[in-house]
Design a binder for this molecule. Structure first.
Ligand code: GDP
Ligand code: IMO
Ligand code: MG
Length: 422
């Protein structure tokens, strides 16, 4: 039995899609367990690039894929993505969708925008995909699930009740109930063939000795419980979310792989202690092509944050790391890793509990020699320059976990394996 959770160890965009595809090529089933179309996972195979938002990255490796019940599904975007994927020659035969996954409606996106507008200077910088409001409806028991779209009368009743409350809130309803009902019933019909009991589906795969990957979206520091609250998303990207987001007990999880970029990026608002706002930050953004996969926004960039990495190791129970984008650090005279923070004159080694305190922290860096060589064609550890190997060893010292995989470029083939992951 192998169930491997792939989790982002930073603020998202660590290269989870790339590494999920790489591992899926030796696996059987890939499950997305949380988030929604706020995610943007890029997979590059040869000259082909796929940008996935809701469909798990294993689709590119020909695996069975499952959108778990912890995901919030925007049916319109999903259908568009399915069309794109199948037009590019990939099969959708292995696609499954949890019947209990919650649905994102147009009013969720409207509320997302309105809430952001009200936040003024404290904007989270959401992706405006309706994620927060959809999860809010879920926990306040006003959500509508995929199964409801194909279950006759209850859908109309639930939608009516929800729109009524929207009218109470906004005085007007900018949507026609009849139209929404028709539109989402049609989506339901189109997606019905893919709906399944997700927990049972995964259990059956487990019983058949299948290799299962749980693909996280976003990252540890965006987790609603463990991230830099309130500058977070509204779901649980950390490893525990894989259990609740699928309906699988923690005793079934074999290991947790943390994907960590060799530096840090963040999209949207919130504290970022190692952020580089000058020319070094620009250099990282340019060399790393750091522009959002979902929104196209330039990503904020900075040095690797070892304090955040140690924290991610703890809250996810990481067993190993994939160090991604190491090639992007080529060409810097010196590279830095934050090993602790300085807060009001004192050195602290743990992540503070509030965004305000984190914003007031100054990173304490360990400075290492950089390297010039282009490492994007290196295929084994020994081919890497000495300084790059030293950098990897420092990441292992700080996190106290082994770097099992090193990614030196976006392509599936640009991956160095140091130890078995499966
Ligand atoms: P995800 O959200 O964690 O799946 O990451 P994204 O796909 O949003 O962003 C990662 C970006 O870096 C994508 O454009 C990838 O193609 C690219 N990428 C992934 N791994 C590497 C790598 O090792 N080196 C470089 N240069 N790019 C990478
Ligand atoms: P992947 O899976 C990076 C960020 C948004 C915003 C905050 C809340 O590609 O790593 P939301 O729309 O979720 O309510 O926005 O979270 N965010 C991401 N940042 N990568 C992502 O996904 C993200 N998904 C959400 O920018 O700051
Ligand atoms: Mg992304």
């Amino acid at each position: 039995m192998v169930v491997l959770v792939v989790v982002g160890a930073q603020w998202g965009d660590e290269g989870k899609g790339k590494i999920t595809d790489y591992l899926a090529s030796q696996g059987d089933l890939v499950v997305r367990y949380q988030g929604g179309a706020n995610a943007g996972h890029t997979v590059v195979i040869g000259d082909d690039e796929y940008r996935l938002h809701l469909i798990p990255s294993g689709i590119t490796a020909g695996c069975q894929v499952l959108i778990g019940s912890g995901v919030v599904v925007d049916p319109e975007l999903l259908l568009r993505e399915m069309h794109r994927v199948s037009s590019s020659g990939l099969s959708l035969e292995g696609l499954h969708i949890a019947e209990t996954a919650h649905v994102v409606f147009p009013y969720h996106k409207l509320l997302d925008q309105l809430q952001e507008d009200l936040r003024c200077d404290d904007r989270v910088g959401t992706t405006l995909r309706g994620i927060g409001p959809a999860y809010t409806d879920k926990v306040s028991r006003e959500g509508i699930r995929m199964i409801d779209l194909v279950s006759g009368g209850s859908f109309a009743q639930r939608l009516h009740a929800r729109l009524q409350r929207l009218e109470d809130q906004l005085s007007v309803i900018p949507f026609s109930k009849a139209r929404l009902l028709r539109q989402f019933r049609t989506y339901g019909q189109l997606l019905e063939p893919y709906l399944c009991d997700a927990s049972d589906f995964v259990l059956r795969a487990l019983n058949c000795e299948k290799k299962i990957l749980m693909e996280g979206a976003q990252g540890t520091m965006l987790d609603v419980d463990h991230g830099t609250y309130p500058f977070v998303t509204s779901s649980s990207p950390t490893a525990g979310g894989a259990c609740t987001g699928v309906g699988l007990g923690p005793t079934s999880i074999s290991n947790v792989l943390g994907v960590v970029k060799a530096y840090t990026s963040r999209v949207g608002g919130g504290p970022f202690p190692t952020e580089l706002t000058g020319s070094l930050g620009d250099q990282l953004r340019t060399q790393g092509q750091e522009f959002g996969t979902t929104t196209g926004r330039p990503r904020r960039c900075g040095w690797l944050d070892g304090v955040a990495l140690r924290y991610a190791t703890r809250v996810n129970g990481l067993g190993m790391l994939c160090l991604s984008n190491l090639d992007v650090l080529s060409g810097f005279d010196q590279v830095k890793i934050a090993v602790s923070y300085e807060y009001q004159g004192a050195v602290i080694n743990n992540l503070p509990p509030t965004a305000e305190k984190l914003a007031a922290c100054r990173p304490v860096y360990e400075t290492l020699c950089g390297w010039d060589a282009d490492i994007s064609e290196c295929s084994c550890f020994s081919e890497l320059p000495e300084a790059a190997r030293r950098y990897i060893a420092t990441v292992e010292e700080i996190s106290q976990i082994p770097v099992a995989l090193i990614s030196v470029g976006p392509r599936r083939s640009q991956t160095i394996k140091r130890r078995e992951v499966w």
